[in-house]
Design a protein around this ligand. Sequence first.
Ligand SMILES: *Cc1c(COP(=O)(O)O)cnc(C)c1O
Length: 355
Amino acid sequence: MDEIIYEDAEQKTEVEIPEKLVFGKIFTDHIFEMDYNTEKGWHNPTIKKYGNFSMSPAAMVLHYGQAIFEGLKAYKHSDGKIALFRPEKNFERLNRSARRLCIPEIDIEFALKALKKLIKLEQNWIPTKPGHSLYIRPLIFANDPYIGVKPSDTYKFIIMLSPVGPYYPEGFKPVPILVTDKYMRAVRKGVGDCKTAGNYAASLLAQREAKKEGYTQVLWLDAIEQKYIEEVGTMNIFIRFKDEIATPMLTGSILPGVTRMSVLEILKDWGMNINERMISIDEVSEAYKNNSLVEIFGTGTAAIISSVSKLKFNDTIMQFDENNAGELGTKLYEEILGIQYGTKEDKFGWMQFID
Ligand SMILES: *Cc1c(COP(=O)(O)O)cnc(C)c1O
């Protein structure tokens, strides 16, 4: 791979980060960009000024959605060190998504190197207040100016950065979730286990209807039997029964979260009884009725852990503590947050540092 070119890339030392950070609205001064074509493969790796693209109205991504992305974060520790949480997992998943969407894979080592160089240049953009971080968005999209349906011959890979505040500015608060069987998110052997653009477009209507009913997110059911719980919006889901912690097994229609994987590893280390298995919504509501359902929480990069205050499925409402997050969810939240911000021992060796 070519050396990374710095094009008009000068570090800003005086950076103005707004007091109140709304997720995903402001971006740092530079992006990483590289191109793909069939002759050269991935080439022209460049760190350049953030700005608009010029692209053909026929660019294939706009018509057929051949696009994949990732989401991870960089944290500034109190000693000034910059840390990333398991970034190789995100690039491995990007390549998995790439294979499914007929997108050429990237060199993970090189992408990690490029990411670290970009963050180093933009380090003054990493907010240092508690719970703040730099959100990282890698993206690959099809760029052929052609409106026939086929895999594109040209692509762009970019990494953009956005400073973000804590997911729960008023403290770790549980959220109400609606289980829907009106719409389905993904089907086994489809693309539900890929972070690809169309999955999110397809989820918007259900999200909108849930919001109207006063619910923050939708919990999806499997599309075949329409009774097994799968995941929540952009989070995986965990159910804590009296004697077991269960999470839906990865059947192919669920996005394999890095946070999910990390939570499973921590729970195993804590010696808890964990199972990745099929969990029907009926099993969950039965457990609620006979008092063997302890807590429910979601896992994802943005919030780490989201405790569930209420779960509604048709006429059944499962009500949990509205003001306080569940015990295990809170413990996991503090553990992972501590590892990410360097206040707890990183015994699994998850963090990577930028020097
Ligand atoms: C990104 C995402 C998740 C969570 O994955 P993490 O790697 O933990 O952030 C879960 N479900 C969906 C649909 C997602 O897009």
